[in-house]
Design a protein around this ligand. Sequence first.
Ligand code: DAH
Length: 328
Amino acid sequence: MTLGEIKEKALAAIAKAQNLKDLEAVKNEFLGRQDGELTTILRSLKDMPPEEKRETGTAANALRGEIESAMKSRLGVLGAGSSSSRLDITRPGEKVRVGHLHPLTLMENRIKEIFLGLNFSIVEGPEVESEHYNFDALNIPPNHPARDMWDTFWLPAQYKDKDSRQLLRTHTSPMQIRYMETHQPPFQIIVPGRVFRFEATDASHEVNFHQVEGLMVGPDVNLANFKYVISEFFNQLLNQKTDIRLRPSYFPFVEPGLEVDIKWKGKWLEVMGAGMVHPNVFDAVKYNPQQVKGFAFGMGLERLAMIKYKIDDIRLFYSGDLRFVDQF
Ligand code: DAH
């Protein structure tokens, strides 16, 4: 074969090569040690006259370089250069990690869904509140001992809003006031949201957690209405007929005030505070307490999630530990 023929055939064969084996064969045919076509010519150089030797030698070596680099780039195209990029259709598939909702989000969504079904509206309020909305308007005046029920994160004095000091809301109840200031009864709302307490952390206390507040106001709303709404709520939330128990209690913004227990796995568990809206609260929003009545309630989201999902430490919700959140 002449150099020209070798070039033509070798390059065509390289272009047609489909795998490493094909390329190996091309290499053998043209560059093989024993009797590769080009090797044979290179070997015969020593018998040529000087003039021809120089000319043929230069051309043959250039052709060898050309063939080698064509093989190399074909190898790259075939992806045989690195084994990881080669497609192996027999390899087991890689598991796709699908994201999912945090247990608290699941709980909140479910609660909203149930109350929407009971014709409640969902509203939200600010996390930074004034002393007025968080305490005073809720019938908790300054220096009243009931303020001790809520250890409070106060904002520095320069954040004073009019006459009212600012704080991180200790409960979702201030939204009762904000909502009633801007709406007229009858209505029924829930207020999900984050709240803050200046407390030591342990298995059942966190400095921030979530509450869902409820408020229903109308001309003749009564405790029987409350009892119906709340047992309907727990039946749906826990997917079973749930016994509830109302115990007398005290919260400044309700009268009478009560604590709601549910029977769960044979035990009574305290799950929310509630009561009939106090006349002083209606006064604060310029409703006439003679004409409207209402019930209010507040519950902790974490506590409900801990009961429903059998979680024994509130801190797990905020740990960012995937071994925990991946279970939901
Ligand atoms: N705000 C109360 C708390 O954080 C819970 C509560 C009790 C809310 C009674 C209410 C209520 O609306 O009527 O401890």
